[in-house]
Ligand binder design. Structure first.
Ligand code: NAP
Length: 259
């Protein structure tokens, strides 16, 4: 698709990948609207050249209303990038069901609410594009990151199903699965983060993937290879590997240091 002149809404754009992507898309000539909860940070990212629509994606009614505001501001909508997300580590003791609920509210239901805000109009128009930012973390379960990985696995599955449902109606679904990217989210993470890339590199890769109509954008390449191979590893071998990592204190979420 042609990015220049496209009307694009990016959620989770106050910081990190979303902020870098909104900037990259605006630099390529897109008309961009950005959302997140922090209005001040959004205004900074916008720099006067993007529409700013503050939003908490866990609020269904507010998200649907925000979709309307975005269409008004941009004069319609061609692409919605569902990027808002959160991460924190999970511990089995004490068990924390609320942490799961919070993750699923943002990482799954937040995306679902944003879809509700854009898909009906795209179906009515017979055209449009939904770009979901999931993660390679959704490919397999990892100790210490159960709440995040489960939500991202659900999001990948949801987007894959939706792709089939919407394709015959002219609406394209693209899935973005980043590896580690330097952002506020990974700043909280003390586990080893192989092949980590900067947010502006991630933004360029995602913008290129959107422009090239790629069904799935996975990066960086070494992480893609590692995680696609991990998906092929038999359950017994994956269990042995992850149990060993957990024993050594290396979790998907953090490294437990001795002492
Ligand atoms: N960094 C990585 O290594 C990595 C890897 C794979 C996938 N991802 C995914 O990439 C996306 C962006 O993450 P990031 O790394 O750029 O982290 P980030 O810098 O923390 O950005 C997260 C964004 O989501 C927004 N957000 C969080 N909760 C929200 C809510 N309830 N309503 C609306 N906006 C909300 C945040 O803004 P406010 O706080 O202002 O609301 C922020 O703009 C996430 O979906 C994440 O899972 C990241």
């Amino acid at each position: 698709m042609e990015i220049f002149g496209a009307r694009i809404w990016v959620t989770g754009a106050s910081t990190g990948i979303g902020a870098a992507l909104a900037t990259e898309l605006a630099d390529r000539g897109a008309r961009v609207a950005i959302s997140a909860r922090n209005a001040e940070q959004l205004a900074e990212v916008a720099g006067g050249r993007m529409a700013v629509v503050p939003l908490d994606v866990t609020d269904r009614a507010a998200t649907v209303a925000a979709g309307e505001r975005v269409r008004e501001a941009l004069g319609g909508l061609d692409v919605a990038v569902l990027n808002a997300g959160t991460w924190s580590s999970f511990h089995v003791e004490p068990w924390d069901s609320q942490l799961f609920a919070d993750h699923l509210q943002v990482n799954v239901m937040g995306a679902v609410h944003t879809m509700e805000a854009v898909v009906p109009q795209m179906l009515a128009a017979g055209r449009g594009r939904v770009v979901g930012v999931a993660s390679v973390a959704g490919y397999r379960g990892l100790p210490g990151s159960e709440a995040y990985n489960a939500g991202k696995a659900a999001l990948i599955n949801l987007l894959e199903g939706l792709r089939g449902s919407l394709a015959p109606r002219g609406v394209v679904v693209q899935i973005i699965n980043p590896g580690f990217v330097t952002t506020r989210l990974t700043d909280r993470n003390t586990c080893p983060m192989p092949f980590k890339v900067e947010a502006d590199v991630a933004a360029r890769t995602i913008a290129d993937g959107i422009a090239r109509d790629k069904a799935e954008v996975v990066f960086p390449v070494p992480m893609m290879v590692a995680m696609k191979l991990a998906r092929l590893l038999p359950v017994r071998a994956w269990t042995r590997l992850t149990a060993e990592l957990a024993r050594r204190g290396v979790h998907g979420g953090q490294t437990r240091r001795a002492g």
